[in-house]
Design a protein around this ligand. Structure first.
Ligand SMILES: Cc1cc2nc3c(=O)[nH]c(=O)nc-3n(C[C@H](O)[C@H](O)[C@H](O)COP(=O)(O)O)c2cc1C
Length: 227
């Protein structure tokens, strides 16, 4: 029987975890780092199908993310319907064409040169699944507004776990931010409390895929210790 206790009148379950030795922790954290360091954003995604049951499990992992006051303020729209993918691609390319031609600064365009992106978004049709992530600015319970807290932080964390889960399954993803992306609310007919957050095509890498030869910052550049 699970050990429970009332705290503030609410049930709490006992929590414990296996303690690893230092050597085990080093091994686990090093091998997880090496595995995650192999993750890459892939833009050449093949049209090879991915089973719905896999996508379901990826989303369940994402939804384990911590969230402000445990509101889980996210909706994952899972699109494999070719007609809807086409609609999303056409709308995204329209916005991206304008961004690349009129809206992005020269600095931004220069920064993107090494990554090699432009306004063409074939992956929005080729990928077997598009995951459109929406953040719930507030919840609606019987038409009454309920506040959500730290919505951006919470949904960002859920997306991080989603991307890690996609990698763990042996698939690839692209964190895509067509800007502006309000068209996603219309195409997917989302309620007014939901705002588009990220659009993530998921699938297998194309067999002739290439990714930019990026280097990641070393520890000294991303961490400051206070001992
Ligand atoms: C918030 C966010 C928005 C991004 N938007 C785009 C995008 O619109 N198009 C794109 O091709 N890549 C996009 N990326 C992917 C980045 O370019 C990519 O993560 C970065 O170049 C590092 O490559 P890596 O993911 O392989 O480490 C985005 C990434 C993040 C985190």
């Amino acid at each position: 029987m699970e050990e429970t206790k009332l705290i503030n009148g609410f049930p709490h379950i006992h929590f414990s975890r296996d303690i690893f030795s230092k050597a085990e922790m080093l091994e686990r954290s090093q091998s997880y780092f090496e595995w995650m360091n192999d993750r890459r954003t892939v833009r050449d995604i093949s049209n090879r199908p991915v089973a719905k049951e896999i996508i379901e499990r990826l989303v369940m992992t994402a939804s384990t993310a911590p969230s402000g006051a445990h509101k889980q303020p996210w909706t994952f729209c899972l699109v494999s319907n070719p007609k809807i993918k086409r609609e999303i691609r056409v709308a995204a390319e329209e916005e991206e064409y304008r961004s690349y031609h009129d809206r992005m600064s020269q600095e931004w365009l220069d920064d993107l040169k090494a990554i090699g992106t432009d306004w063409h978004k074939p992956f929005l049709e080729n990928a077997p699944w598009l995951i459109a992530v929406f953040r719930k600015a507030y919840d609606l319970e019987n038409e009454k507004k309920r506040t959500n807290y730290y919505v951006n932080e919470s949904v960002g964390l859920a997306c991080g776990l989603l991307i890690a889960a996609i990698h763990q399954a042996g698939l690839v993803a692209l964190t895509h931010t067509p800007s502006p992306m309000n068209f996603l609310s219309e195409v997917l007919k989302r309620p007014e409390n939901e705002r588009p957050f990220l659009l993530i095509p998921v699938g297998y890498p194309h067999e002739d895929a290439y990714v930019p030869d990026l280097k990641r910052k070393p520890l000294e550049e991303v961490a400051v210790f206070y001992e």
